[in-house]
Design a protein around this ligand. Structure first.
Ligand code: ZN
Length: 70
């Protein structure tokens, strides 16, 4: 029986499609494809890299953006 103190394994990542956490699994037969058990989406490491690159561009812009004054 699982308890609240049970050790959680893996990485706390969110699905690219549905944003559920801890539902993403890696197929040991195809280590380049992730699968979400919540929404059944499949995506690759390159898909994740592209998403991170988009966030990186936003964060880089944010560092240089002037403060908005109200
Ligand atoms: Zn999902």
């Amino acid at each position: 029986m699982a308890t609240a103190t049970a050790t959680q394994r893996g990485f706390a990542v969110r699905c690219l499609r549905c944003a559920e956490e801890t539902t993403v699994r890696l197929d040991v037969h195809d280590v380049h494809t992730f699968h979400c058990s919540s929404c059944d989406a499949e995506f690759t490491a390159d898909d994740v890299r592209e998403e991170l690159a988009r966030w990186g561009k936003l964060l880089a812009w944010l560092d240089t953006a002037p403060a908005i004054e109200y």
